[in-house]
Design a protein around this ligand. Structure first.
Ligand code: 5AD
Ligand code: SF4
Length: 439
C-alpha cells in the first residue's frame, strides 16, 4: 500500500473557518490524505484565509512566499488558498502567485476532490462560484472518527444585512440556510462520535429559516429539534443580529434545557447616529430593550458582543454613547475592534477618524469591558456550575472544561474523563479562568 499523502491546513479567522477546515480535511481524507501538523512534510498545503482584518490579502501573499523554498525542493507539493480571501481575490491570487495550484471559495469545498485531481495533472484549479447545492451534504462521506466533546455545526451561511463596514455579504454571499433534517442528522452523527456540545454557526445565525417538515423552521424550532437528540447535552449558537432575535428564540432561552445561558449579540456601537451610518437598522435603545426581554426570560444569561470604534465620522460624543451602553449591559465577554477599511464596502469611501483617537478609544473601551468581564467572572466564586470537561489541564491531575456560561474552569485532582459533565463548586477566579472542586 502506498503511504498516505499528507495535508497541512492553516486556519485563520472565525469558527466558521475552523469548521470548514475540518470538512476540507475530511473530504480530502477520501482522496487518501491524512493531516499533518507541519508544512515541511506536507504533500498539500491549504491556507484557509480570513478577510475580516486589514491587509488580510497581503498577509496571505507573504505566507505563500514562505513556501517557495519548500516547493522548489518538492515540485509535487500542491499549494491551495481557501476561505474568504480566496473568494474575494481568487483570480488575482492566481495571477500574482504562480506557486498557487488551487484556489477554492467557501461555497465550493465539496469540489475539492476534483480540483485536487486536476492539480495532479499539472493544471491549476480555481473555483469561487456560489453554487446552489448544499456543499455540506456533498462533504458528508467521511470516516466515523471519534471526536472531542465540543463541535461546531454550520447551519446558515452568508448575510443579507450589508453593514457598511463588513465584507461578509460580498465574500460569503447571500444568506442561505441548510435544511433542518440534514443538520439534525449531522448532529446525531456528531453525538455518536463523542460530541456532547454543539455550537450552531452562521454569520447571521438567528436569521436561520431552513426547510423543515412543516415549512421553514426558525432557529428556535431547530434548537427544539436538537434538544430531543439523545446524548447531546448542550446547544449554543453564534453570531446573532439584534434584528433577528425572534420571540420564540428569546423564549427558548428561558425554557429549552439544553440551550446554554450565553448569548453573543453584537451591537457595534452605542450611538444611534453611527448605527445609522453603519446601516445596522437598530438603535441603542431598541438593543437595550431587547436585552431586557432576554434577561426577563433567562435572568442569569451572560451577554457577549462585538464593537467597532473609530468608525468613519465617530466623534468623542458617539464613543461616549458606546461606553454608556457597555456600562448598562455589562458584558461577560466582548470583542472590540478598531475600524479598518475593507475595499468595496460603503464605509471605505468615507472620512476616516484620526488613528490615534481611535487607538485611545479602543483602549478605554477594552479597559471597561475587561473590568466587567472580571466582575462577572469573580461573581461566580461560591456558586455551583456545571462543567463539560474538555481536556487535561497544564498541571498533573488537572482537568479543564467550560461552565454553562462559557467560563473556563479547572479542577485539580479531578477524577473525571474528557466528555463528562459534572457539578463543580467554584472556589477561585483568576485572570482568564475559574478554579473549582467537584461537587
Ligand atoms: N473593521 C473593524 N471591525 C470589523 N468587524 C467587521 N468588519 C470590520 C471592519 N471593517 C468586526 C465586527 C464584527 C466582527 C466579526 O468583526 O465587530 O461583528
Ligand atoms: Fe457583516 Fe454581521 Fe453585518 Fe452581516 S450582520 S453584514 S455578517 S456585520
Amino acid at each position: 500500500m502506498s503511504e498516505p499523502k499528507k495535508l497541512y491546513i492553516k486556519t485563520y479567522g472565525c469558527q466558521m473557518n475552523v469548521y470548514d477546515s475540518e470538512r476540507m480535511s475530511e473530504t480530502l481524507g477520501g482522496q487518501g490524505y491524512v493531516e499533518t501538523q507541519s508544512p515541511d512534510d506536507a504533500d498539500m498545503i491549504l491556507l484557509n484565509t480570513c478577510h475580516i482584518r486589514e491587509k488580510a490579502a497581503e498577509k496571505v501573499y507573504s505566507e505563500l512566499g514562505r513556501f517557495k523554498g519548500l516547493k522548489a525542493e518538492k515540485p509535487d507539493l500542491k499549494i491551495g488558498v481557501a476561505g474568504c480571501v480566496a473568494q474575494a481575490e481568487g483570480e488575482e491570487i492566481m495571477r500574482r502567485q504562480p506557486l498557487v495550484d488551487l484556489v477554492v471559495g467557501p461555497q465550493s469545498y465539496h469540489r475539492l476532490p476534483e480540483m485536487e485531481a486536476k492539480t495532479r495533472t499539472g493544471a491549476r484549479a480555481l473555483d469561487t462560484d456560489f453554487p446552489e447545492e448544499d456543499k455540506f451534504e456533498k462533504l458528508k462521506n467521511r470516516p466515523k472518527a471519534k471526536r472531542g466533546p465540543t463541535a461546531f455545526l454550520t447551519v446558515q451561511e452568508g448575510c443579507d444585512k450589508f453593514c457598511a463596514f463588513c465584507v461578509v455579504p460580498y465574500t460569503r454571499g447571500a444568506e442561505v440556510s441548510r435544511p433542518a433534517d440534514r443538520i439534525i442528522r449531522e448532529a446525531q452523527d456528531l453525538v455518536e462520535r463523542g460530541v456532547r456540545e454543539i455550537t450552531l454557526l452562521g454569520q447571521n445565525v438567528n436569521a436561520y429559516h431552513g426547510a423543515g417538515v412543516n415549512g421553514d423552521m426558525t432557529l428556535a424550532g431547530l434548537i427544539w429539534e436538537l434538544n430531543k437528540v439523545d446524548g447531546l447535552e448542550r446547544i449554543r449558537f453564534t453570531t446573532s443580529h439584534p434584528n433577528d432575535m425572534a420571540d420564540d428564540l428569546i423564549e427558548a432561552h428561558g425554557t429549552c434545557e439544553k440551550l446554554m445561558p450565553y448569548l453573543h449579540l453584537p451591537v457595534q456601537s452605542g450611538s444611534d447616529r453611527i448605527l445609522k451610518r453603519m446601516n445596522r437598522s437598530h438603535t441603542a435603545e431598541s438593543y437595550l430593550r431587547l436585552i431586557e426581554r432576554i434577561r426577563a426570560a433567562r435572568p442569569d444569561i451572560v451577554m457577549s458582543g462585538d464593537f467597532i470604534v473609530g468608525f468613519p465620522e465617530e466623534t468623542e460624543e458617539d464613543f461616549q454613547a458606546t461606553m454608556d451602553l457597555v456600562e448598562e449591559v455589562k458584558y461577560g465577554y466582548a470583542y472590540s475592534f478598531k475600524y479598518s477599511t475593507r475595499p468595496g464596502t460603503p464605509a471605505a469611501e468615507r472620512p476616516q477618524v484620526d488613528p490615534e483617537a481611535a487607538d485611545n478609544r479602543l483602549q478605554r473601551l477594552q479597559a471597561l469591558i475587561t473590568q466587567h468581564q472580571r466582575e462577572i467572572q469573580d461573581a461566580m466564586v461560591g456558586r455551583k456550575v456545571r462543567v463539560l470537561f474538555e481536556k487535561p489541564g497544564r498541571l498533573p491531575g488537572q482537568m479543564v472544561g467550560k461552565s454553562e456560561y462559557l467560563h473556563s474552569v479547572h479542577v485539580s485532582e479531578a477524577d473525571v474523563a474528557v466528555g463528562e459533565l459534572r457539578d463543580v463548586q467554584i472556589t477561585g477566579s483568576g485572570a482568564n479562568s475559574l478554579a473549582g472542586a467537584l461537587f
